[in-house]
Design a protein around this ligand. Structure first.
Ligand SMILES: CN(C)c1nc(=O)c2c([nH]1)N([C@@H]1O[C@H](COP(=O)(O)OP(=O)(O)O)[C@@H](O)[C@H]1O)CN2C
Length: 183
């Protein structure tokens, strides 16, 4: 038998077609809830570092859409990691895979209920990796999740990452919103 995951996860793909609405460009690839089906999917799809600029992958709990407006996301926010341009060839795919493994492997333990999913944005101005949480007011949970993410991605302590509430990001589209928390 296949090894069941604690949650069912869905992979989404965003292709930047400027002639369409943002939401029209967001497509559900497939959902999975076993280790074997995760690896089958991961090995089947294009690597993040090979996607054209403007594309995203998102991995979210089944039933949660990778958008601010989803009921499960609307009061939450994201830990945002800006990846250096020259790191796309080396670190990007490793960071994304490690983040996926944190999600499906419930690395956030007691706070896994707070974690909704993760997004990787492939952008010429610099790739972005974010981890989305459910409630930006839960400071203790949010801080612990951020610290665990840094640890698992082997981000040096001196490299500070910020957490922005989606409501702040929405009102400041175009630039990065102010940080609510930092680790
Ligand atoms: C329901 N809905 C429309 C809606 N719901 C959303 O949840 C949502 C959007 N729209 N997004 C749109 O993409 C632009 C780029 O954001 P980016 O994060 O790709 O970052 P870049 O500016 O391309 O680096 C955002 O400015 C926003 O227009 C982004 N986003 C998450």
């Amino acid at each position: 038998i296949k090894h069941p995951l604690q949650n069912k996860w869905a992979l989404w793909f965003f292709k930047n077609d400027r002639t369409k609405e943002w939401t029209a460009n967001l497509k559900l690839v497939t959902a999975f809830d076993t280790v074997e089906d995760f690896w089958g999917l991961y090995n089947h799809v294009q690597k993040a570092s090979k996607l054209p600029s403007g594309c995203d992958y998102s991995l979210f709990k089944d039933g949660v859409q990778p958008m601010w407006e989803d009921d499960v996301n609307k009061d939450g926010g994201r830990w945002l990691i800006n990846l250096e341009k020259n790191k796309r060839s080396t670190d990007l795919d490793n960071f994304w895979l490690e983040t996926l493994l944190c999600l499906i492997g419930e690395a956030f333990e007691d706070f896994s209920e707070d974690v909704n999913g993760a997004v990787i944005n492939i952008r010429n101005k610099g790739d972005k990796l974010s981890l989305w949480t459910r409630d930006s007011r839960r400071q203790d949970a949010t801080m612990k999740i951020g610290r665990k993410l840094k640890e698992r991605l082997r981000i040096p302590n001196k490299l500070v990452i910020g957490f922005q509430a989606h409501r702040d990001t929405i009102s400041k589209s175009g630039s990065t919103a102010k940080d609510r928390y930092r680790v």
